[in-house]
Design a protein around this ligand. Structure first.
Ligand SMILES: Cc1ncc(COP(=O)(O)O)c(C=O)c1O
Length: 448
């Protein structure tokens, strides 16, 4: 099946695409924020609440609880155990014991930040365009004097500067590298393998924020040799409120002790029900493996549906997803640059080459009154895109100066808009976007 045929069939899976407003369908181009959900995933969530809405895991052991944990249908394991296994296979982890369920990417990154044992003088190295979720946890540790945060420049289209990256290790004791593998601003993907090889050469660990990578390309944590990987199911057609922290097994602690003295073993930041083997009035023995990080009753329906999510993507094939997004992004990039590329007020952020930006196309407009296009696109043709700073305030403030978003005069407006495409978008939708944007630009007298 080529990816065009695949697309035609998969659009049918998304009930929200069948809706109409003003007799027009939705044109959803905000998938970097959160994606639409196919019926297979919705069915898995509903099934939990309809058929066996009880607790599971290591708690109760009755009929319903057994189904929460171990439900098998046909040849596929549909309970939480099967979901953890499917996710491990999806990213090629060695074992499901390396998969910690979290609330989202933010929670997964915080789990590492709060659990890693830093020594005075340790540096955590970020890029210059991190999502707040991979900035604030580190700034907090810096504020309390536990680490020093440094930034290295990511990719603006000339490739990632590995020499500049390596220079940080020569000057300081970098303990941990924590970087957005794919930027949610530019869509550029870092050369993770090279970054990890260099970091390991200097004894540093690497945490990849894969929020914008895992949903869009095949990922092999084993081949990468990455230490930690964080991602969210809601950005890959899955349930909200479920994320994953992949960690090499030895970094999650192996014994059932409180937590090991091992240098880089992370300590759970939340303890409680579900994390322990045994307790007395004065002591506790933690479970071995990921469960020691999963305190309290979780979002069972979400965990179960996370298995259905990766199964859905696996059946489509991640290579096809990547190819499809690439085709759409090339089409749209060409249309935008052909029409506005020479104006001097239109600029695509990051690499100009669409093939280096996955499904992300972020552009800047510098014109009088350059605000409100997202609202206009939505009102006219149900086109849903994002404007603003995409939770990456620090990067825009550094690049454009503080207060750039609230200029003194409307003549100085500079506004950023992000289109983010996924497997259900079509070339026709890209054309509707282009035509509607051009209509707005004409009305504002930006173009003839
Ligand atoms: C690069 C990146 N990191 C982290 C996050 C935070 O993800 P979540 O809200 O699922 O925790 C996002 C969300 O947009 C993101 O794009």
């Amino acid at each position: 099946m080529n990816h065009q045929t695949l697309l035609e069939t998969c659009r049918d899976d998304f009930p929200s695409l069948k809706r109409q407003r003003n007799e027009k369908p939705p044109v959803y181009m905000d998938s970097a924020c959160t994606t639409l959900v196919p019926r297979q995933v919705i069915a898995a969530m509903n099934e939990y609440y309809t058929d066996y809405p009880s607790c599971g895991g290591r708690r109760s052991h009755h009929w319903f609880a057994e189904e929460v944990t171990n439900r098998v249908e046909g040849n596929s394991e549909k309970g939480i155990k099967g979901a953890r296994q499917s996710i491990a296979e999806f990213i090629n982890a060695e074992s499901e014991k390396e998969i910690v369920f979290t609330l989202n990417t933010t929670h997964a990154i915080n789990t590492v930040a709060m659990g890693f044992k830093f020594r005075p003088g340790d540096v955590v190295l970020l890029t210059d365009r991190e999502h707040n979720s991979n900035l604030l946890p580190w700034l907090r540790l810096q504020k309390s004097g536990q680490i020093k945060v440094e930034h290295t420049t990511a990719d603006d289209g000339n490739g990632f500067d590995l020499n500049a990256f390596e220079s940080h290790f020569k000057e300081k004791r970098v303990r941990l590298v924590s970087m957005a593998w794919t930027s949610n601003v530019t869509g550029a993907t870092l050369p993770a393998k090279e970054i990890i090889t260099i970091a390991h050469r200097y004894g540093a660990r690497v945490l990849l924020d894969g929020a914008q990578t895992v949903p869009h390309q095949a990922v092999d944590v084993h081949a990468l040799d990455v230490d930690f990987l964080a991602f969210s199911l809601h950005k890959m057609c899955g349930p909200r409120g479920v994320g994953v922290l992949y960690a090499k097994r030895e970094l999650l602690g192996q014994g059932a002790g409180e937590w090991e003295a091992g240098e880089d073993v992370i300590e759970p930041s939340t303890l409680g029900g579900g994390t322990v083997e045994d307790t007395t009035y004065n002591s506790y023995r933690l479970l071995e493996g990921p469960e020691r990080f999963e305190a309290g009753i979780p979002n069972y329906s979400g965990l179960i549906a996370s298995g259905a999510t990766v199964e859905y993507l696996r059946q489509i094939g991640m290579e096809r997803v990547t190819a499809h997004e690439g085709q759409l992004n090339s089409h749209l990039t060409k249309a935008l640059l052909d029409r506005y590329g020479d104006t001097g007020w239109f600029n695509i952020l990051g690499p100009q080459e669409a093939s280096q930006r996955g499904g992300v196309l972020t552009f800047e407009v510098r014109r009088p009154n350059a605000v409100g296009f997202a609202t206009e696109l939505n009102a006219r043709n149900n086109i849903m895109i994002r404007d603003g700073v995409f939770c990456v305030h620090s990067y825009f403030n550094e690049r454009f100066g503080l207060n750039w978003i609230h200029p003194k005069s409307h003549r100085d407006h500079r506004m950023i808009y992000r289109i983010s495409l996924y497997l259900y978008n079509t070339l026709e939708e890209c054309d509707v976007f282009m035509e509607t944007l051009d209509e707005i630009f004409k009305e504002r007298s930006y173009v003839e």
